[in-house]
Design a protein around this ligand. Structure first.
Ligand SMILES: *Cc1c(COP(=O)(O)O)cnc(C)c1O
Length: 233
């Protein structure tokens, strides 16, 4: 058992609890999604032994190979972009897909879920910053896509997800998180969809995200250390 991982988790938990306290929220309101991409099943088993239960992957292919090698009681989330041709695997592997950003993908997920007699839980990814390099729906495009999803019997939209721009000072990410929350509040009021989850905040910016209402934070580097670069990145 590596003490390094235990120490990192303890430090992270302290910071999460402190951010919750500053916002008048309880620790139970925030799900820690341990982003395990590029890390082997042994590392995930260690993290599971420390009590982590929810893991995030960003590539379907990697997750397909890895999940069967990991402890079986874990909950897997897809946090990375999903192509329609991999939707069938995503339906089988993941409890929640954070990165849904098109009507076409929703329709394919609904079909694949129907074939398997399943329900698919999704978040709609929003490109709040408008950066060209980012996936996600423009804020204006979320409502019509939500309405399409709500009309699909197998799709349950649990909330919204965003990635803030990469900035040195995490405070600079705060306005993007506030904007996602405001968008959620207005969409929930307009459509009657609860949209209980806001997936926002990563290693560098999870504290302002929690203060702005994140219910899921996606943490890789702070738990597992720097990732090795992959050829496709
Ligand atoms: C890799 C990744 C994360 C985790 O990033 P860290 O900065 O390592 O915490 C979170 N969300 C998504 C979508 C990712 O791809």
């Amino acid at each position: 058992m590596s003490n390094l991982l235990a120490d990192r988790l303890n430090q992270l938990e302290e910071r999460i609890s402190a951010a919750c306290a500053r916002a008048g929220r309880t620790r139970e309101e925030v799900v820690l999604v341990a982003v395990s991409k590029t890390h082997p099943p042994e590392t995930i088993a260690e993290a599971a032994a420390l009590g982590l239960r929810v893991f995030g992957e960003n590539k379907v292919q990697e997750a397909r190979a890895k999940i069967p090698e990991c402890p079986s009681h874990l909950e897997w989330h897809l946090v990375g972009h999903l192509q329609t041709n991999k939707a069938k695997y995503a339906v089988e592997l993941f409890e929640l897909i954070h990165s849904v950003d098109s009507e076409k993908l929703i329709r394919v997920l609904d079909e694949e879920a129907a074939k398997r007699g399943k329900q698919v839980n999704v978040l709609l990814e929003v490109n709040v910053s408008g950066e060209a390099s980012k996936f996600g729906l423009a804020p204006d495009a979320v409502k019509p896509v939500l309405e399409v999803a709500n009309a699909c019997p197998r799709i349950v939209v649990k909330g919204l997800m965003t990635m803030a721009p990469l900035v040195q000072d995490p405070e600079k990410a705060r306005p993007y998180f506030a904007r996602l929350r405001a968008l959620r509040d207005s969409l929930a009021a307009e459509t009657g969809t609860p949209l209980e989850h806001l997936s926002m905040g990563m290693s560098n910016d999870f504290e302002p995200a929690i203060e702005e209402g994140a219910t899921m934070i996606r943490i890789g580097t702070l738990l597992f250390g720097e990732r090795r670069k992959r050829e496709d990145e």
